[in-house]
Design a protein around this ligand. Structure first.
Ligand SMILES: Nc1ncnc2c1ncn2[C@@H]1O[C@H](COP(=O)(O)OP(=O)(O)O)[C@@H](O)[C@H]1O
Ligand SMILES: [Mg+2]
Length: 264
């Protein structure tokens, strides 16, 4: 199954993507977590310890790899390069493994004015497309805020777009936009995760009224221990507090049943 997690900045995308990755791994699934946010911090949400984190190499930073696979020089525009570079071995070579989760960090690529492609972004797009289509496992994509950069190719293999919202109007507006874009890209399932809720019943109703009761995948309460885990550079599973994980487990169950449903 392939799950993309998106939403406005700071709503808790990485927290949720990282915790879900750990829970799927604990259920003996093969899990590949992909940090697709240039402002990468999925590693700490997965719980990867600092020593291991320091050794992570981002794909976008691997100049020789990019040049070798695309046949073009990085940071030079207007060149010819391969549009379908060979990417099959990259995840195996670059992913770090922690607590049963394979984590791959894509890194930031320079954005060309006018949106023209550069070798870095072509390689990353090919890589994500390959990973979402080929690997028979749980693939979780932690997305950049918004999904403007998510191309049709990348979206092709995504089973469900989960948008994280918080109890505020602004994150809902973003979620509406993401829903439209995801539908336009052909992603057939959409769901909302309400995070940082201080009154789950009331907030849940509010989100259901906005997106339809079927769209609400889960409600995660605001909890200062979650923020504290982040301050310590650690993850929720590392805290070892089962009550904190309960709403994430519920979310996982709902995700699984949503994925199994036939799409319209
Ligand atoms: N349910 C929650 N309760 C309290 N703090 C939370 C909760 N979810 C996330 N946070 C905190 O909010 C901040 C942003 O979360 P993060 O997952 O990095 O967001 P995003 O990836 O969407 O930018 C972090 O400090 C995180 O610990
Ligand atoms: Mg994030």
């Amino acid at each position: 199954m392939k799950l993309a997690v998106s939403g406005k900045g700071g709503v808790g995308k990485s927290t949720i993507a990282g915790t879900l990755a750990r829970l799927y791994a604990a259920d003996s699934c093969r899990v590949l977590a992909i940090d697709a946010d240039p402002d990468a911090n999925l590693a700490s949400a997965v719980g990867v310890p600092p020593e291991l984190r320091r050794g992570i190499r981002t794909i976008a930073g691997e100049r020789r790899l990019i040049e070798e696979r695309t046949g073009a020089r990085v940071r030079e525009f207007g060149q010819m390069f391969k549009l379908n570079p060979e990417v099959a071995d990259i995840a195996e070579r670059y992913a770090v493994r922690y607590a049963g989760v394979d984590l791959l960090v894509l890194g930031a690529v320079p954005r060309a004015a006018g949106g023209c492609a550069c070798p870095e972004s072509v390689l990353l797009k090919s890589l994500v497309l390959h990973l979402v289509l080929k690997r028979g496992e749980v693939v979780i994509l932690d997305m950049e805020a918004g999904i403007e950069h998510l191309g049709r190719g990348t979206a092709a293999g995504v089973d469900l777009m989960a948008v994280v919202v918080e109890p505020g109007r602004r994150s809902l507006e973003t979620a509406h936009r993401i829903r439209e874009m995801a539908a336009a890209l052909g992603i057939r399932r959409f769901g909302v995760v309400l995070n940082k809720s201080t009154s789950p019943a009331e907030d849940g109703e509010w989100v259901s009224a906005e997106f339809g009761a079927d769209s609400l995948l889960g409600v995660i309460p605001f909890d200062s221990r979650i923020a504290r885990a982040d301050r310590l550079g650690s993850s929720i599973p590392e805290l070892g507090q089962q009550d904190l994980l309960a709403p994430f487990r519920e979310l996982l169950v709902n995700l699984d049943s949503r994925i199994k449903e036939k799409t319209p």
